[in-house]
Design a protein around this ligand. Structure first.
Ligand SMILES: [Cu+2]
Length: 220
């Protein structure tokens, strides 16, 4: 005989563990912690202000792009990872999952090395923020941000630190060009070369139109 309390606990547990963690670069704050005013439903950064010179997290990130590590708790989501430049970013106008976004399946760790869009050259000490957006079945989005400083001596995470779980995979949704590796237009109209380090290792099926190409066994 299972008690009503136990059943209720079992029903609530998935909600409590929902949403996602931005593990790297270190997020602005733990937006899943109770007792805060943060909510991942809030655009653009879950209600968490950016790091300042005296408070908050700011991670050194390589000049040409770096690692992004997520702990995903939902069975699937559409994923957008964006970059904005400056100390107090208001416009996350570069897409790092470009030219469109990813369709992610499976809960668990997703870790990828993301190159910057083509033509975007950073110098040592420049600041920016990474915004991670996930969209679920309802069309509502969840947000988390991490503040970064571009550093010439920063490196991507090691292979040991940056492993995607076997049960997690993603598909890059094709842009109108039908070729996800040749870049597209970002919000500000600049070319965003979407040359994904990881996807380049995989033979993508070039299909014209808004179609999906399945990527399995991502080892990044
Ligand atoms: Cu959730």
């Amino acid at each position: 005989m299972v008690s009503a309390t136990l059943l209720l606990t079992a029903a609530i547990a998935p909600l409590a563990s929902a949403h996602f963690n931005l593990e790297y670069p270190v997020w602005r704050a733990n937006t899943l912690e109770s007792g805060t005013n943060y909510s991942q439903w809030n655009y653009p950064c879950a209600g968490v202000p950016p790091a300042t010179s005296t408070s908050g997290n700011r991670t050194d990130w390589p000049l040409k792009g770096g690692s992004v590590k997520l702990d995903l708790h939902h069975p699937w989501e559409y994923l957008f990872i964006n970059l904005g430049l400056g100390v107090n970013v208001t416009n996350f106008n570069y897409t790092l999952t470009g030219p469109t976004f990813w369709n992610v399946s499976g809960a668990g760790t997703l870790c990828v090395d993301l190159p910057l869009p083509k033509g975007l050259t950073m110098s040592d000490g420049q600041e920016g923020s990474i915004q991670v957006v996930t969209v679920g079945a309802s069309g509502s989005a969840l947000y988390n941000c991490a503040d970064i400083t571009f550093r010439a001596n920063a490196t991507t995470l090691s292979k040991d630190e940056c492993k995607t779980d076997d049960k997690v995979s993603f598909v890059q949704v094709k842009g109108p060009s039908g070729n996800s590796t040749e870049g597209g237009e970002s919000a500000d109209g600049k070319k965003s070369g979407a040359s994904l380090a990881g996807l380049n290792k995989v033979a993508l099926t070039a299909v014209v139109g808004m179609t999906l190409s399945f990527v399995t066994g991502m080892v990044l």
